[in-house]
Every structure is written in structure tokens, then in C-alpha cells.
Write a protein that binds this ligand. Sequence first.
Ligand code: 5AD
Ligand code: SF4
Length: 489
Amino acid sequence: MAKETKDFSKYFQPPSLTDAKKRGKEEISVHYDFTIPEDMLVFGANKFYMIRTYGCQMNEHDTEVMKGLLETMGYSSTEDKLQADVILLNTCAIRENAEDKVFGELGHLKALKAEKPGLVLGVCGCMSQEEAVVNRIMQKHGFVDLIFGTHNIHRLPSLLKEAYFSKEMVIEVWSKEGDIIENLPKKREGIRAWVNIMYGCDKFCTYCIVPFTRGKERSRRPQDVLAEVRDLARQGFKEITLLGQNVNAYGKDFEDLIYSFADLMEDISKIDVPRIRFTTSHPRDFDDRLIEVLGKRGNLVEHIHLPVQSGSTEVLKIMNRKYTREHYLTLAAKIRQTIPDVVLTTDIIVGFPGETDEQFEETISLVKEVGFDFAFSFIYSPREGTPAAAMEDNVPMELKKQRLYRLNEAINEFSKMSNEKLRGEIVEVLVEGESKNNPEVLSGRTRTNKMIHFVGSMEIVGKLVHVKITEPQTWVLKGEIVPEPIALA
Ligand code: 5AD
Ligand code: SF4
């Protein structure tokens, strides 16, 4: 039987474009007093959890926080649905197909929940921040026990307890956006770690749901970020990726401090971690000082992910990207001038409402002019509540697919050519583990984030080694390990 549902208007304030755009001056408060209620510290003893994560690195990292919380409560992780006492779906709302996958999974879990009524089934992440999704779950998936939003992750222990004992679906989705919660436990694995430097986004690109699902832009205090990075360095992590929806806006919300993303990178470059990456950049806020700091290299790697979205100034304007084609090209050229061997990657949307053939051709010509080694390319997907969803989408799907195909061809062509130039070069590789398809072969990444395969022993996993590139391909480089440490140019 479906659970009863509460009057959820008390728990859920749907994102409103008008209200969201007024944001800015409300106070940001950082909370350092996070604790898990004492009675919850043993709540998960002899119980198992499973979290399925969809979407971006921000979500992956939120999952690490939820794992940290659950394991502090005594839960153990499992990959077996049948063994799990708690299953959480950490969802993504960026495009329709991401949402479809989650609803498909909920369909499968319905049967499991019928067999195992004690199972607590929760939906969290970006989809929970959308009113239409919460309504749909309440109406059609009444077997879900718990829905919580991206601002409520720290409340997981109390929400879980409520879900265990409540007959009603527990829903807690706040649009209160000004808070930063420090000192949350995180379960990290492997040799690479993510660190949030900021949350939310105030850019309001007209196609994008993120400013609604992730809330107001707010930066963590520099001392908190630096302390976390130092701690990870001490623990032996080899690579740290700094996360934010628009890392170049870091620090703009500080009222008492002038401290930018370039300052943060400069301070982090002094910490003893071999590699520092960051994602995602916004071309409008990417300033010269940052280029200068990145130009000093050291642990700041030669890879910049710089979403362009479109090569047409007119389309960029309707997307509210706040820069022109020329601005992007000049920025890319400046970066290349300071860091000649930089690898640039990007995100591109095709088939935005009203995109003409000529405008699409401008995207192709920009791609060729900049030379991206990799790009995430997407067909535009309307998101309810965003301004673009109200625009007339007059590009037929068949044409959008053709454009995507042509775009991918252009990107692959450059990627192949760029990799070919690396033939015979010796590069520094961070060894990650066995390659997916062949346990005899190890897989690792270059500083520029290119995947490389080579034969080697498992003992070097987690280490930095030198590899000679013998067989460059479009998607992966193949190489041979160079036995003696050598000085790289
Ligand atoms: N449709 C298609 N792609 C989108 N992105 C964001 N919103 C949409 C949308 N509505 C893409 C952008 C962004 C990346 C994370 O996802 O390219 O940079
Ligand atoms: Fe979305 Fe990125 Fe634009 Fe922010 S900057 S609205 S996250 S596409």
C-alpha cells in the first residue's frame, strides 16, 4: 500500500525564477557545529546501505559525504540490493534522460520494496529539488520512504530515523540556500579526492536547472578549503580536484575578504600534493591572474575544462552566457600563449531553441579554431522552470542528431591529431589500476587527463611513473613504462 503523504508545502519550497534572481544579499552562514545525534551513532549497526549515484562529480562527492554519515552511524556498504537495508538514489536533473534513468530504477525497486517492506528507499540529489518530480513520486511511487534535497544532506541521520518510524513519506527539501555545513564526515577511496570549494550557481544560463537545484553561489572559507587539502595531502592522496559549478566565481561572495580563485590556487600550489585539478570553469570569470598562476605549473596541471556551449555570439546571448565568441577565442589564445601544451576540453549544446544552420556552423568553426582534445556534447533538453523551456524549440530532433554527429566528428578529428603529436614522447602518469578490459594492462592518466594504457605490475598502482607513448589513438594512448626515473622537459 502506498504511504500516506504529508501536506508537503511545509517541507518544500519550489524553486522560483523570480525569487531566485533576487538572491544575493541574504546572509551566508558557515556552520562548524555539525554532530550526529548520539542515539544515531549505533543506529546502523549490522545494517547495510547502497547508494546509486547519477550525474556529475559534485554528486559523486555528495555520495562520499552520505557514505561518511552512514558509516559513522554504523552502517556497512553493500552492492547487493537484496542485502541493503537502505537504498538511496542520488539523482541528476541536468537533462531529461538523466531523470528517465532514475524513474526506470524506481520501477525496478518497487518489486524489491514489496518483498522487503523494512527496506528504506530514499531519493535525494538534484531531482528532489524539483517540485514536479516530488509530485510525481508522491503520486506514482508512493512506496518511496524518503525524499531529501541537496541542502539537506547533513540531516540524513535524523531523516533516516524518521523514515524508519514514520508511516508517512518523509520529505525534506529546503530552498534555504545560504548555509555551508563544515566538518561533515566523508568516505573517500583510492588516490584521487574531490574537495568542494563552493556550492551553487548564480549564473542562470537560460537552459540550466542547476541554479535552482543547487541554490545560491557560496564559497567555503579559504582556511577550511586549505585545511582539507592539507589533510588529504597528509593522508597520501595523489590528486585533488577542486569542485564548484563555477569555480572562477570563488570568493566573490566574501564580504569581509578579497580573495579570489587565483589566490586559492596559488596557496594550494604550495601544498605537497602531486596534482591539483579543478572543475568547472566559466569563461566570463576566468581572469588573467588565474592564467598567470596556472602558468607556474608545479602541481597545477595543464588541463582546463572550459565549457563554451556554443560558437555563436547570438546563441550565447540567448543562453545568457554573458560572453561572446570573440571573448572565448581570445581567452583560449591567452591560455595557450602562457601554457603552450595545455589541453582544453569543453561542453557544447546543440539544437538550442532557434539555433540556425549558420549558428551551428559557427560552433563547428570555433571547435576547429580552439582545438579541444575532448568535449562533452549534448542535445538541448528543456528543463521545466528554466527560461529556455518557454522558448519555441523549432529545431527538429533529426536535425539536432545530425548536428551532434557532425560536432563529434570534428572533435574526434582534432583529438586524434593531437594525440598523434604525442607519439614517442615520455609523460608523467598517475597509475590508477588495471585497465577495464584487460587485467594484464594498467591504466593511468597524464597531467592533461588523457587516459593511457601500458603493461606494468600492480605494485605501481597509486604511484607516478614515466611512460613512453608508442601508440596514440583517438580515445586512449598506449605506451611503455620507462624503467628509470628521468627528468622531463
Ligand atoms: N540541455 C542540454 N545540456 C545541458 N547542460 C546543462 N543544461 C542542459 C540542458 N538543459 C550541459 C551544459 C553544461 C553541462 C554540465 O550540461 O553543457 O555545461
Ligand atoms: Fe548551469 Fe554552469 Fe550556467 Fe551555472 S554556469 S547556470 S551550472 S551551465
